[in-house]
Design a protein around this ligand. Sequence first.
Ligand SMILES: C[S@@+](CC[C@H](N)C(=O)[O-])C[C@H]1O[C@@H](n2cnc3c(N)ncnc32)[C@H](O)[C@@H]1O
Length: 188
Amino acid sequence: MIKLLDFGCGGGCLSFAISDRFPDVSVTGVDIDDAVLVEPKRKVRKTSAKNLTFLTQTSEHLNESLIETFDIIIMNDVMHDLPDPVSILKQLKNILKPEGYLVTFDPDLHSNHRDNAGDIKVASRYLTSLFVCLPRSLSREPAAGLGMGWGYEKKIQFLEDQGFSVVNIDKDDKNDIPREMVVVKIRS
Ligand SMILES: C[S@@+](CC[C@H](N)C(=O)[O-])C[C@H]1O[C@@H](n2cnc3c(N)ncnc32)[C@H](O)[C@@H]1O
C-alpha cells in the first residue's frame, strides 16, 4: 500500500480529497497545530475512513520509528511558512523512502523581486505574505524569514542544498508542469 504524508495538512482538505480519490493509498495528515486538527479528526471518526489518519505533530512523529515509511510526502502551502526549514527537511528526508517523492506546492513568484515587476497577481501575494507568511516564518528560532517572496529559484536551490534533486514525473509534459509544484527525490 502506498503511504502518503500530508505535512502541515491544516484542515485536511487535501488529505480528504486524496483518500477519497485513492482508497488504496494510506494517507496521514500531520500538523503542528492541534486546534486545526479537531474538525478533521472528528470527521474521520464520523465517516470511519479506513485509509486516513490525522496526527498532531510532535517530534516523535518524525523520528526513527517512522524512518523510511512514506512513498510520498506532500507539503501544500507550507514550506515558505516554516521558521525552521532546514531541520524539517532533514526530518522529512529520514521518513521518506529512498525512492520516494517529496512534492511541494508554493506560490509561483520569482526570488528576485525585479523579475515579478508588473505582475498584479504577485503584488497581492506580496501583501498577503507580509502579514501572514513572513510573520509565521519569523515566529520561532531560527526564524528563516521566508514568506512567498522567497520564490521559486531560491526554493529549488534550497532543496538541492538539502540533498534533493528535482524530477520531472512526466517528461513529455515537462513544459506544462506549473511552477507552483516542485517534485524532488533524495539525491543518491
Ligand atoms: C498555510 S497552511 C496550509 C494548510 C494545508 N496544507 C492547506 O493547503 O490547506 C500551513 C500549515 O502548516 C502547518 N505547519 C507549520 N509549521 C509546521 C510544522 N513544523 N509541522 C507541522 N505543521 C506545520 C501550520 O500549522 C498550518 O496548518
